[in-house]
Design a protein around this ligand. Structure first.
Ligand SMILES: Nc1ncnc2c1ncn2[C@@H]1O[C@H](COP(=O)(O)OP(=O)(O)OP(=O)(O)O)[C@@H](O)[C@H]1O
Ligand SMILES: O=P(O)(O)OC[C@H]1O[C@H](OP(=O)(O)OP(=O)(O)O)[C@H](O)[C@@H]1O
Length: 317
């Protein structure tokens, strides 16, 4: 096999960065499969050539993807909004968020031991030690807080709050005596509660996003970037919506259409029996149970809910 890390192996290929492990990895693989991006990743190799498009997938740490995309080393990337923000303002400005992907949802929060009697709010943490893997965002957050509290005089760049960088297992920092509080990601809150911590402030909410360079590289294949973006948008839309169909009598049609207006408009087809119509409409998956309840109460019959394998829809999702 030729060495995929030689530049000539990648020549003419659009480069697409995918998190190499962690929380976003499996979801990204599902997304690539849904978009029919076919590849085989050789054991221990962080580059994979796509078989059915001139694309190479580059598996990188999620934290490095914003910089690689922003600086034009790769054309497209998937990472968390938190990672884009943590990469700093210079990098964030070089990156365009193309699509929110609806997975990897979490919040970056300030947490302290529940048992702490002296630290009940973020203000109480000012001047104390905070452990985090998000030292840029945490530093900015406490700098703003100190400024708001009038605790930092202008020109004084030294933070009173001490931000300690730790690479992982941040939630152990308080128990180990390394810090008085932490700034870390929370989704279900299970890790936080298991460690006897509770949240006292939120820095940001995050989800996985598809990003591209704000100023694409001269070699970038814009048509292919747009095609892949559009396919991924289709996969995401298909996971957000279901197709609901039902039969309804003429006199109850209007009321039922108000329940399922569809995205542009619902499709209404007359049945052979002139008293009845068949209706088809896209409905948000998260709303579908309530929508079916309402349809049934409004006289709709034969209600069917169908999964979408893929779709192409205009406008915001
Ligand atoms: N508990 C969570 N729930 C949802 N999304 C999360 C969660 N933790 C992290 N994420 C998202 O996934 C991204 C990658 O996080 P992850 O912890 O997998 O990082 P990693 O450093 O690549 O992996 P590892 O922690 O295994 O070293 C984060 O930047 C965030 O956007
Ligand atoms: O609120 P929860 O659902 O419990 O999720 C939060 C945990 O998820 C992330 O870590 P992850 O498990 O990805 O591993 P890490 O600690 O090695 O980064 C994060 O750093 C928390 O530890």
């Amino acid at each position: 096999m030729s060495n995929l890390l030689q530049p000539e192996a990648l020549e003419g290929r659009m480069l697409f960065a995918i998190p190499k492990k962690g929380r976003l990895y499996e979801k990204c693989l599902e997304l690539l499969q849904g978009a029919d991006i076919q590849f085989k990743r050789a054991h221990r190799l962080d580059v994979a050539l796509v078989q059915n498009h001139p694309i190479a997938l580059v598996f990188l740490p999620a934290a490095d993807i914003p910089r690689f995309v922003g600086e034009g080393n790769v054309d497209l990337g998937i990472t968390g909004q938190d990672m884009v923000a943590e990469a700093g303002e210079t990098v964030s400005k070089l990156v365009t968020e193309e699509l929110q992907l609806g997975f990897g949802k979490c919040k970056l929060q300030v947490q302290v031991p529940e048992s702490s009697t002296s630290i009940k709010s973020v203000e109480d943490l000012v001047g104390k030690k905070v452990a985090t893997s998000f030292d840029y965002l945490a530093g900015k957050y406490f700098a703003d807080l100190e400024a708001k509290l009038g605790k930092s005089s202008s020109g004084q760049s030294e933070l009173q709050t001490k931000i300690e960088y730790v690479g992982g297992s941040v939630e152990a920092a308080c128990a180990l005596g390394l810090a008085d509080g932490i700034v870390d990601l929370v989704e279900s809150g299970e890790t936080m509660r298991a460690c006897g911590l509770h949240e006292i402030g939120t820095l940001l909410s995050s989800q996985a996003v598809l990003i591209k360079s704000a100023a694409p590289h001269a070699r970038s294949n814009t048509a292919l970037i747009n095609l892949i973006t559009s396919r991924i948008r289709g996969v995401i839309a298909a996971s957000r919506y279901v197709l609901v169909t039902y039969n309804v009598k003429n006199e109850q049609l209007e009321e039922n259409l108000r329940i399922t207006p569809g995205r542009r408009a619902a499709t209404v087809m007359p049945l052979d029996d002139k008293l009845w119509n068949a209706v088809q409409a896209m409905v948000l998956r998260s709303d579908v149970a309530v929508v079916c309840d309402k349809l049934e109460s409004a006289g709709a019959q034969d209600i069917l809910v169908m999964q979408l394998a893929n779709c192409r829809i205009e406008g915001s999702m």
